[in-house]
Design a protein around this ligand. Structure first.
Ligand SMILES: NC(=O)c1ccc[n+]([C@@H]2O[C@H](COP(=O)([O-])OP(=O)(O)OC[C@H]3O[C@@H](n4cnc5c(N)ncnc54)[C@H](OP(=O)(O)O)[C@@H]3O)[C@@H](O)[C@H]2O)c1
Length: 388
């Protein structure tokens, strides 16, 4: 029996993770759940999975949860940063699924690693902000980090049994999102609803917008850099609109290893939880004879400038990736609130990176300081745009 803490239980990944866990009651037990403000869904999850403890974003959410769930279920309710830290490091938990969205995932994931928990990592922002420090900490603590992101899960699987020295490059596939083949100018007027219409994957709002701008792929490049210890010039992105191949590894002998499957996040979630075994998590199958022809295109850096900005920030290192991430989070929020246009997302991120003097990121505090600075800088720029 594996005891699990799930951070971000009310999100897209969180809900899928609970579906996987619910299929295997003899294999997994939910000990703790972390959510944000969706206390209605959390109360249903508490009734179904009976965790010992949950944590929500703030006191108001905790109060609302107590009113909905009542005190009879025997679940302790914690709040805020301290609450997430506590559930991520709670005694008796084996695996922590890190599935909060954005920078909020960083500190609880670090707390889990410090407490020696194995990590199923969906929260890519943790690796973007502090990949080097997090991987060093995981090594020191003997903790295993297994990626949940479908591309990184694919690479993890393609690397199994091979010598790292034989790897020539990692190839991350990208669907291209809803605006594949559009020019930058054509994207100036796209709406929030259009940007949220991803062709292949059903995901949370922030990552869906990141997929439309291709920032998601940029974040994944930085995530891959640290997860697999491969330099940026050996990480390539290729557009593959069918999302059948989830990513590839090219070896020294020109052999390519690819991982294929239906676009269903329950598959990589189940793999991260059951590794090295495999368990069935979905009825969806890839029927090769009914699959559309597979296509591949180079990414269009002019139309999707955030991909190049992510490579630049990653190569610069230090505090630059955390600044990239924070500015993007604020810009995406502003786009979703219809305060800025779609193309202004990349303009805000570029402008914030432009005025940032990257510093070495030796401690988590260096990263948190840069994150705070970038959020303030992005908000200031957005205010100016909003008043034009
Ligand atoms: N969705 C996918 O298919 C997918 C694929 C690969 C990687 N990922 C990565 O997985 C992570 C989660 O993505 P998602 O699509 O599941 O996101 P999502 O649907 O937006 O869910 C986010 C979760 O985080 C919680 N949350 C939001 N703000 C929080 C805060 N400040 N503090 C604590 N918790 C907070 C939310 O709580 P409430 O809703 O209760 O407020 C929710 O449980 C992201 O890093 C994403 O890049 C997702």
């Amino acid at each position: 029996m594996k005891n699990v803490c799930l951070l971000g239980s009310t999100g897209s990944i969180g809900v899928s993770a609970l579906e996987v866990i619910g299929r295997y009651p003899a294999r997994f037990r939910v000990v703790a759940l972390g959510a944000g403000r969706n206390v209605r869904l959390l109360s249903e999850q508490i009734a179904r999975h009976k965790p010992e403890v949950v944590s929500v974003l703030d006191d108001d959410s905790a109060l609302e949860l107590k009113e909905i769930a009542g005190s009879s279920q025997g679940t302790t309710i914690l709040t805020g940063r301290e609450g997430y830290r506590e559930i991520a490091s709670i005694a008796g938990v084996d695996d922590v699924i890190s599935a909060q969205v954005g920078a909020a995932g960083l500190l609880p994931t670090i707390a889990a690693i410090e407490a020696g928990k194995n990590i199923a990592l969906a929260n890519k922002e943790t690796m973007v902000m502090a990949g080097q420090l997090v991987m060093e900490l995981a090594r020191t603590k003997g903790v295993r980090i297994i990626p949940v992101d479908s591309e990184h899960s694919a690479i993890f699987q393609c690397l199994a049994g091979y010598l790292p020295s034989a790897v020539r490059k990692i190839i991350l596939t990208a669907s291209g999102g809803p605006f594949f083949r559009m020019t930058y100018e054509q994207m100036e007027k796209v709406t929030v609803a259009e940007a949220l219409r991803h062709p292949n994957w059903s995901m949370g709002r922030k990552i869906t917008i990141d997929s439309a701008t291709m920032m998601n792929k940029g974040l994944e490049v930085i995530e891959a850099r640290w997860l697999f210890d491969v330099e940026f010039d050996r990480i390539e992105v290729i557009i593959h609109p069918q999302s059948v191949i989830h990513s590839l590894v090219e070896y020294e002998d020109n052999a390519l290893m690819a991982q294929l499957g239906p676009p269903d996040m329950k598959i990589p979630i189940a793999y991260a939880l059951s590794y090295p075994e495999r368990i069935e998590a979905t009825e969806r199958k890839l029927l090769l004879t009914q699959t559309e022809p597979l296509e591949f295109f180079p990414p269009d850096g002019d139309s999707f400038p955030l991909l190049g900005l992510a490579y630049d920030a990653g190569r610069k290192g230090g505090t630059a990736p955390a600044v990239l991430n924070a500015a993007n989070e604020i810009a995406v929020q502003a786009f979703l609130a219809e305060k800025i246009s779609f193309t202004e997302i990349s303009q805000v991120v570029a402008a914030v990176l432009d005025i940032h003097e990257a510093r070495p990121a030796e401690k988590i505090n260096d990263i948190l300081t840069a994150d705070g600075w970038a959020r303030a800088a992005a908000r200031k720029l957005i205010e100016r745009i909003d008043h034009c």
